[in-house]
Design a protein around this ligand. Sequence first.
Ligand code: SAH
Length: 247
Amino acid sequence: MPTAERQANIKIVLVNTAHPGNIGGAARAMKNMGLAQLCLVQPREYPAPRAVWRAAGARDVLKNATVANSVDEAIADCSLVIGTSARERRIPWPLINPRQCGERIWAEAESHKVALLFGREDRGLTNDELQKCHYHVHIPSNPEYSSLNLATAVQVLAYEIRMASLADPQGNLPDLGEWDQPPVTAEDLENFHSHLAETMAKLDFYDPENPKQLLTRMRRLFNRLRMDKMEVSILRGLLSAVQRKIK
Ligand code: SAH
């Protein structure tokens, strides 16, 4: 697949950004590194002249940016979702470094859409949002002052995608191997998780009033598997069969 088509499969998602200057800065960082798909989830102030001003020569990226109402909507068509994190979280999640992140995104963008999520300036991504991700990526900054400016974090990770693309001019490295089924999208996976939670609740295996960390652990488990569409539809068939039996 030509480089431009692969780049078009890479979506940079900014969640609930407060400062329009950061949106413009992110657009510029993206265009400098050859990326163009920007998605804004509930930006707090947008459109805004400051965003245009900071975007400089990347106004086209800003103009083509899509606005979404939720993270689910933004990532619905993506089969790989990576979330950025400025610090450690309570439940450990598969963690990769920026280099691995660039390589993985570039490799997977060959065959499907991928999303890289960036959080709010003041409190990053919520746990719910982070749990929708297959991997978390942390820029190994100074632990005593670990949080980068949002647009700067976009720059660092976009640069790593750029480096991965330059290391792979033919668009065929690293090899992902052949698979007979397309990977599941975030939307199908989300529907599967609702179905699973509903079935577990009907079985009294899961108490929605006292959820503990069951659903989080289920999300982590199934995100690690990287299921394909067929596998998810088999599991949904199984859940439906269980529900019919206990009715
Ligand atoms: N106080 C917030 C910091 C958010 S910084 C927190 O503790 O989460 C705003 C966004 O910039 C983050 O959500 C993330 O998308 C990105 N970012 C900042 N520093 C980063 C780092 N060291 N590694 C990865 N992403 C980072």
